[in-house]
Design a protein around this ligand. Structure first.
Ligand code: ZN
Length: 179
């Protein structure tokens, strides 16, 4: 298995909406295996295909119950509200309390092409929403309130200006469970 470099904030691939997977073949299975390896290596609890530069609608996750892949995922229902300190493997070393729906109903396909229907809340529900955002070209920065966003952008700007290129983690690896 291979691990990928995880694309970082500023990479245009993170702002593009991914395309549906039309055929689930061996190349998709290989991609999933490599993405899972990359996620564990990071480490993180979720990883979307465009975070490794692949513009396809697919993410992997493991919130402690084993690795899973969801192909062509869609959220069909949300409810409640939950504030959680959320980080991202593509915005290293930073996290913010973000309010999102608590529970979600996610549908998609597994690697055998079978339909999946998952009801999830708290960490799993958050992970699904975060990964779906990635697949739609949305980073968590766009989920911040105005003050958080202003602060975040100034930190990220200072980071790209002053840190040596070899130190993307300049502010320290603060995150417990980025995705
Ligand atoms: Zn992320």
């Amino acid at each position: 298995m291979t691990t990928f470099a995880i694309r970082q904030y500023g990479d245009p691939v993170l702002k593009q909406r991914t395309k549906e997977i039309e055929e689930i073949d061996g190349s998709v299975a290989k991609l999933v295996a490599d993405m899972i390896e990359t996620m564990y290596d990071a480490p993180g609890v979720g990883l979307a295909a465009n975070q490794v530069g692949v513009q396809r609608r697919l993410f992997v996750y493991d919130i402690g119950t084993g690795p899973q892949a969801v192909i062509n995922p869609r959220i069909v229902e949300t409810s409640g509200e939950w504030t959680y300190e959320e980080g991202c493997l593509s915005v290293r070393g930073l996290s913010w309390p973000i309010v999102r729906p608590d529970a979600v109903h996610l549908v998609g396909l597994d690697l055998d092409g079978n339909e999946m229907s998952l009801e999830a809340d708290t960490l799993e529900g958050r992970c699904f929403q975060h990964e779906l955002d990635h697949l739609d070209g949305i980073l968590l920065l766009e989920r911040l309130d105005e003050d958080q966003r202003r602060e975040a952008l100034s930190i990220l700007r200072a980071r790209t200006l002053s840190l040596p290129a070899g130190d993307p983690d300049g502010l320290g690896g603060l995150l417990h469970q980025p995705s």
